[in-house]
Design a protein around this ligand. Structure first.
Ligand code: FAD
Length: 278
């Protein structure tokens, strides 16, 4: 286990050339913060395959560290093998290994059922070539049968060969600390890095959170609702809330922070600077 906190940044692969250009600008700004790596999401079912690889290739070519996400739902062993070979050829050494969600209209779940099977497969195929990150859910995965079943599944996934985990975003620090305690009680003492979602628009955040199972505490909801469409005040409140959350997490022993940037540099840079990480 590493003692040095890991600060990292996440992008999604843009769908248009303009988006790719904007991401280059955001990345140049965020690279100045010197994050440990830039992760790049992957559309489950392979929908962003080429775009994810293109962004990963650009990041690696800039001398930075890319960590591609790789989801296994709908995939075959051969297709995952091809991905792993491409990553190695690009000099990638870190992967975020996920199950993903079967896209609507795609019926064939492929050769993997859960992320633990993907982790085991990557280890069996490539030994220690990759540092494997997995996903954790302090407020539990929306499809989990129960909190206990989800924690047990997380432990199984880590034992399959994960080195560390990144969590779904949350705004309740206690849920994170409890999740870490429960994971450690199951003997999986890996770094579990909180995923941090800066807040640009409260209405968008609320919609997105409902879909992914992240809870917005009532006090936050009420404070944002009181601000209505005053975007400057929403942004200022969001910065205060997220910076305080990060401070609490780091003071409580979180082994780093992973920022969901949504390809925007501004809010992450401000929070990073307020935390004195720059
Ligand atoms: P799993 O760990 O496989 O868990 C899925 C569900 O199955 C859980 O309810 C779990 O309790 C249960 N389960 C797990 N293992 C077992 C088992 N062996 N037996 C029975 N039940 C089990 N999605 C994307 O499409 N692309 C991305 O790039 C992406 N990046 C993400 C990054 C992070 C850090 C996080 C937190 C999520 C990301 N997601 C991404 C979303 C993720 O794909 C979804 O949340 C998906 O539904 C679950 O993926 P998982 O890897 O956590 O699945």
């Amino acid at each position: 286990m590493t003692d040095k906190p890991t600060f990292s940044i996440e992008f999604f692969p843009p769908a248009t050339p303009e988006g790719v250009e904007k991401l280059r600008l955001a990345r140049a700004q965020l690279a100045q913060l010197n994050p440990a790596f830039f992760s790049v999401t992957y559309g489950a079912g392979g929908s962003t395959r080429d775009r994810t690889l293109e962004i990963v290739r650009e990041i690696q070519a800039e001398g930075l560290h890319a960590a591609p996400h790789l989801s296994c739902i709908g995939a075959t062993k051969d297709s995952i093998r091809d991905h792993l070979a491409e990553f190695r050829e690009m000099g990638v050494t870190r992967i975020v290994a996920l199950r993903g969600d079967l896209p609507s209209g795609m019926a064939d779940p492929g050769e993997f059922r859960y992320a633990n099977e993907l982790v085991a497969f990557i280890r069996a195929e490539t030994g220690d070539a990759f540092h494997i990150e997995v996903a954790g859910y302090p407020e539990f995965h929306p499809q989990a049968r129960s909190a206990t079943a989800d924690l047990d599944a997380f432990a199984t996934k880590v034992r399959a060969g994960a080195n560390s985990a990144i969590t779904q975003y949350f705004y309740n620090a206690d849920a994170y600390f409890q999740f870490v305690d429960e994971a450690w009680a199951r003997g999986v003492e890996i770094p579990i890095v909180p995923g941090i979602m800066p807040i640009a628009s409260f209405s968008k955040l609320a919609r997105f959170s409902d879909a992914c199972g992240a809870e917005i505490p009532q006090w936050m909801r009420r404070r944002f609702e009181a601000l209505g469409d005053d975007t400057a005040s929403v942004k200022a409140l969001g910065l205060d809330i997220v910076t305080e959350l990060c401070e609490r997490l780091l003071e409580g022993g979180a082994p780093g922070l992973h920022f969901y940037t949504l390809n925007q540099a501004g809010l992450t840079t401000t929070i990073w600077q307020r935390l004195g990480l720059a």
